[in-house]
Ligand binder design. Structure first.
Ligand code: CP3
Length: 364
């Protein structure tokens, strides 16, 4: 493995492993993105997936929030997308400006699993550019903070591969679950296998923490979640950790973000993830009671609070930190990705408040 500069800020790793921290670490989902004018300037010149596929560009935009909010962020997340996995499986995915992802030729019938997808995916061939981006970005971070790698949850990826893009009902993907349950499981397994190899590759390339984004978890009933999502999320945590150990590589902390799956909190705290990332609909006290200190909690400010005034942002941060507690098993984040219309100045107010309130509460 590559030699990397020593880590100067390991707050988030300690928090994820349940160790005491002087202050709750903070980062936020989509911290490199369109709310930043410097990101929009790069986006004007390059297509979204060109940025993902060009390690120097991925590094440049990953570092943009780190540099703008100098000293205020405790983690960086590699610039990429969950949809690089469907691409690796053989589907074409485009990012349409203002509309989001678009698959010109999605999966329609179960035979498409064999007809449209690669039988075997070599992640080093198909996704080597992500590994390279991780390695150069971690070097450029120069130990300022850990670098997070990520993957989409298998059910969310299956959803995109069948819907062909965003969807409000997931009617097509859910039709598969109820009309072709066995074929759906076969597809979920194919996706899971790639996710596992992809995460192991990211860790070997230098990712110091991992997050799994099951963004469409909450679209399933608790019963169906237990059939079509949970077993695959379990496999990912299990196999990534086991395989790394077998190869003599230290596993890294893993986070699961299942948006909308409040009903699954207890199950999620028992399947091998170190941290559970919460959306804003979950009350901190409820989450703490259900997870009983078994995992670290991450989250969960409603991203639209950033549209409020500075005082409102500070009050919400204080309430959140008081509820979660700052010194142990807690990582500050938003409850979902930051919205593109957020004001970068308000983000600074949010980050400064996390630092200030966190230290105050810890010294009480
Ligand atoms: O968090 C980060 O800063 C790292 C980069 C990152 C992106 N996407 C960049 C991105 C991460 C972690 C993701 C994850 C992702 N991508 C998820 C899971 C998290 C979530 O939001 O639920 C999902 C569902 C996707 C798929 C995706 N990519 C959608 C639905 C969209 C369009 C919606 C939108 O926000 O525009 C994208 C595009 C995307 N991914 C952008 C960025 C910065 C904006 C695209 C652009 O620049 O045109």
């Amino acid at each position: 493995m590559t030699d990397f500069p020593p880590l100067k800020n390991d707050l988030i790793l300690r928090a994820a492993l349940g160790k005491k921290t002087e202050r709750a670490p903070v980062w936020f989902m989509r911290q490199a993105g369109r709310y930043l004018p410097e990101f929009r300037a790069v986006r004007e010149k390059y297509d979204f997936f060109t940025i993902c596929r060009t390690p120097e560009l991925a590094k440049l935009v990953t570092l943009q929030p780190i540099e703008r909010y100098d000293g205020l962020l405790d983690a960086s997340i590699i610039f990429s997308d969950i949809l690089v996995v469907p691409q690796a499986l053989g589907l074409v995915v485009e990012m349409l400006p203002g509309q989001g992802p678009y698959f010109p030729d999605p999966l329609v019938v179960p035979q498409d699993i064999d007809n449209k997808l690669r039988k075997h995916v070599n992640v080093y061939e198909e996704l080597g550019y992500v590994f390279e981006a991780i390695t150069v970005t971690r070097k450029a971070l120069n130990g300022r903070m850990p670098l997070i790698g990520f993957v989409g949850g298998p059910w969310t990826l299956m959803g995109y591969m069948i819907e062909g893009g965003g969807s409000s009902t997931l009617a097509k993907a859910k039709t598969w679950l109820f009309r072709y349950p066995e074929e759906s499981k076969r597809l979920l397994q194919r996706i899971t296998d790639v996710c596992i190899d992809f995460l192991i590759g990211q860790i070997k390339a230098g990712a110091q923490m991992i997050q799994v984004f099951e963004s469409w978890g909450g679209e399933l009933s608790p019963y169906d979640f237990n059939i079509f999502s949970l077993p695959y999320l379990t496999q990912i945590a299990d196999k990534v950790k086991t395989q790394l150990k077998q190869e003599g590589i230290e596993p890294v902390p893993m986070t699961i973000f299942c948006k909308g799956s409040w009903y699954a909190l207890e199950s999620l705290s028992n399947i091998g993830y170190d941290t559970i990332s919460l959306d804003w609909t979950i009350d901190p006290a409820y989450a703490k009671a259900i997870t009983k200190g078994k995992v670290t909690l991450q989250g969960n400010m409603d991203p639209t609070v950033l549209f409020g005034d500075h005082e409102q942002i500070r009050t919400t941060v204080r309430r959140m930190l008081e509820a979660f507690g700052t010194g142990e098993k807690y990582i500050v984040n938003l409850g979902h990705g930051i919205l593109p219309t957020s004001d970068p100045e308000n983000v600074k107010v949010f980050l400064e408040a996390v630092h200030k309130v966190g230290l105050e509460l810890d010294n009480k």
